[in-house]
Design a protein around this ligand. Structure first.
Ligand code: RIB
Length: 302
């Protein structure tokens, strides 16, 4: 049984709820302000841990009250925090989120996440069978160093390139499993893709991005489910219709669940189906970190 190591961001999400999103330059009356543990890295680690994987998070927190609250929350979820350092150089990462009609807009202020360095990932005790997970809320050179270490240890690397930004072919070549949505895929491939594009077109674009036949690319399509390229195989897992209240962190739930399943030795199709169900549970609750399901909740859907 492998373990999950997540090198990534830890944020306090400051969430305003409203009936609708304001247009640029407009003010709307909100309903509530809520504080939720978040950050793509932390959310992925919480999902993996709640779903039964032995999970270690690598990152940085500020020496402030958000940092202390986040450390307490993550520890209570069973996430190993021995590689999460406190630093006085910056404030804890913070995300300002507006949620209206289940959709969100997010502004992230990186704070200490921008200080996660190659030496933070250098001591990660990765070994064969482990899954090394990252996303784009920590510096790219740190992610590259983490994956190089994972490759040396014969661990599997899983990248969620969100928030989307272009990155080097060298980093892409270090990725065994790429998990992204259609917008992120479009940006990386240099083509316009939207949630209305048919699956055949999305698969064709993903195939153009694949650096080798060994690389797996999973494209999450929200309500439409997920499609994946694994070698020459194309897998399609349909979505699950649910009443969403807040989609914040749903992609992170999918990534954490997929990592937990792969660490447990599940085949890709089963892992994707499980992760899809896990994400469908998370969108029915408010918040990112606290919305991640347990293994029992997902098992009840299978
Ligand atoms: O993916 C959702 C996450 O993005 C939020 O928790 C927020 O912190 C931002 O990092």
């Amino acid at each position: 049984m492998g373990r999950v190591f997540v090198a990534g961001s830890i944020n306090m999400d400051v969430v305003a709820t409203a009936d609708r999103h304001p247009r640029v330059g407009e003010t709307v009356a909100g309903k509530q302000v809520l504080y939720f543990p978040g950050g793509k890295g932390a959310n992925q680690a919480v999902a993996a841990s709640r779903l039964g994987a032995t999970t270690t998070l690598i990152g940085r927190l500020g020496e402030d009250s958000f940092g202390a609250e986040l450390r307490a929350f993550l520890g209570a979820q069973g996430v190993d925090l021995s590689f999460v350092r406190d630093t006085a150089e910056a404030h804890t990462g913070t995300a300002i989120i507006t949620v209206a009609q289940a959709d969100n807009t997010i502004v992230v202020i990186p704070g200490t996440n921008g200080l996660v360095r190659t030496e933070d990932v250098g001591a990660a005790p990765l070994s064969k069978g482990d899954i090394a997970v990252s996303q784009f809320e920590i510096p790219l050179p740190t992610i590259a160093a983490f994956y190089q270490r994972a490759r040396t240890a014969h661990a599997t690397t899983l990248l969620n390139p969100a928030p989307a930004q272009t990155f080097s072919h060298d980093l892409l070549a270090l990725v065994d499993v790429l998990v992204l949505n259609e917008t992120e895929l479009g940006l990386l491939a240099g083509v316009e893709l939207s949630d209305g594009d048919d699956v055949a077109r999305i698969i064709a674009v993903a195939r153009g991005l694949q650096v080798s036949p060994d690389q797996t690319i999973c494209i999450t399509l929200g309500r439409r489910g997920v499609v994946a390229l694994a070698g020459c195989d194309e897998l399609i897992v349909p979505g699950r219709m649910v009443q969403a209240v807040d989609t914040t962190g749903a992609g992170d739930c999918f990534v954490g669940a997929l990592a937990a399943q792969l660490a447990a030795g599940s085949a890709l199709r089963a892992a994707l189906a499980f992760a899809n169900k896990a994400a469908s549970v998370s969108v029915q609750r408010m918040g990112a970190g606290p919305s991640m399901p347990t293994a029992e909740e997902v098992a009840a859907l299978i």
